[in-house]
Design a protein around this ligand. Structure first.
Ligand SMILES: NC(=O)c1ccc[n+]([C@@H]2O[C@H](COP(=O)([O-])OP(=O)(O)OC[C@H]3O[C@@H](n4cnc5c(N)ncnc54)[C@H](O)[C@@H]3O)[C@@H](O)[C@H]2O)c1
Length: 366
């Protein structure tokens, strides 16, 4: 398609919920994507957050476009959805509110990118995903779930090395682990809606779902899941906060995932990769700390170190940058959305199967 002025024009973006995720995660990505998005409206029910984030949005517009711009502010999202100066919305509300607002935004004809998970529970997700897909098709909308782990740039490379080029021989098992600092005195863990969570799974759904997305993106669909869970940090959430999940992928590869928010002091060993793919002839270590990077090591038992060769790869962009780039290209060029509602419904299904397994003490088939 020819690149007309309209096609390369910035997308006029409205924010619905402009708290920590916007300030810490989205703002740096929108800054790096210089000129792709212009924020035209902000909605938040907290007056202080509304004014602070509107100021940050104005600074972003000034940096990107070199001029002052008008940003309309709203305390009710339905009014923002009526604003003709808003083409697309970025929804970052407490998890239990995202689903309804997504549907209303799509019905109002706005392209939308909404924070993960897709929904508060499986029943809601199963109803919502087809509605969003159908609105996307009939109204020509880009609808994306901001599950940034689907966009970790190193995952596509690791998947290619391991499963297409078979640089590790046969993949045997993939392990993933993450330890979150559940410090309820500040930051994410201090938000009231996380402590009194009105969605299934607490921190496991909020943060653990990223690792589910990562494992699916690396190794495909899962056919069996078995999990054990514990609830350790009673003041941080009313749900289990620690889970150990065993997986069998349809390909035969096995998987194991550990995720915990049990304590602010429970930390992994320094520089430990958050995922390792083990094959019969080598391994790939994935790390997301500092810069996203991969280390591939091919085994050779006859070498003194046990490793024959190493190959490094480091990402130049962040997963947040990539998710907004996909959103822009979906709106302006009709590119497919990677983290579609259907894709993220599969993440939700797997997370819920793991939670069911832990509750019912049973192996679940998918
Ligand atoms: N992808 C990631 O790495 C990541 C990290 C953190 C959070 N998130 C996601 O981002 C979303 C928001 O999380 P957060 O940490 O920014 O929470 P937050 O509490 O900091 O922000 C939510 C904002 O929504 C506002 N709000 C609440 N109800 C509203 C309403 N009815 N209308 C308008 N505004 C309303 C609140 O005032 C608050 O400012 C969640 O879905 C969460 O899962 C994603």
């Amino acid at each position: 398609m020819a690149q007309t002025e309209e096609y390369s024009a910035p997308v006029k973006l409205g924010l619905i919920g402009a708290g920590l995720a916007f300030k810490r995660l989205h703002l740096p990505a929108l800054t790096a994507l210089k000129g792709y998005f212009r924020i035209t409206a902000v909605c938040d029910i907290a007056p202080e957050t509304l004014s602070e984030s509107t100021r940050l949005a104005a600074d972003l517009n000034k940096a990107n476009f070199g001029e002052e711009s008008e940003i309309r502010t709203y305390s009710g999202y339905r009014e923002l959805l009526q604003d003709n100066e808003v083409e697309a919305v970025l929804i970052s509300l407490p998890i239990h509110l995202n689903a309804e607002v997504m549907q209303d935004a799509a019905l109002a004809g706005k392209h939308l990118i909404c924070e993960k998970p897709l929904a508060s529970n499986l029943a809601q997700g199963r109803k919502l995903a087809p509605v969003l897909e159908s609105l996307a098709a009939t109204k020509g909308l880009a609808i994306e779930i901001a599950e940034n782990y689907h966009y970790r740039p190193e995952l596509a490379i690791a998947r290619r090395w391991a499963f297409e080029e078979k640089l590790l021989g046969e993949v045997v098992i993939i392990t993933a682990q993450n330890f979150v600092r559940m410090d309820t005195s500040q930051g994410y863990a201090a938000t009231a809606w996380r402590i009194d969570n009105q969605y299934r799974g607490g921190i496991l759904m909020d943060g653990g779902i990223h690792y589910i997305a990562m494992l699916r993106r690396l190794a495909g669909e899962v056919e069996q899941v078995h999990a054990f869970a514990r609830h350790m940090h009673k003041t941080a959430t009313s749900s289990p906060d620690t889970i150990s999940i065993n997986l069998r992928f349809r390909s035969g590869t096995l998987g194991n995932m550990i995720y915990t928010g049990a304590s602010p002091n429970l930390l992994p060993p320094r520089d430990q990769p958050d995922c390792i793919i083990y094959g019969t002839q080598g391994q790939i270590q994935l790390s997301k700390k500092n810069d996203a990077r991969l280390l591939l090591q091919a085994f050779d038992a006859w070498q003194p170190t046990g490793f024959k060769e190493a190959q490094y790869w480091a990402a130049e962009t962040s997963s947040y940058y990539e998710e907004f780039l996909n959103f822009y290209e979906a709106i302006r060029f009709g590119k497919p959305v990677l983290a579609s509602p259907t894709e993220c419904l599969h993440d939700l299904e797997l997370m819920c199967a793991a939670l069911d397994s832990a509750e019912e003490r049973a192996v679940k088939l998918l």
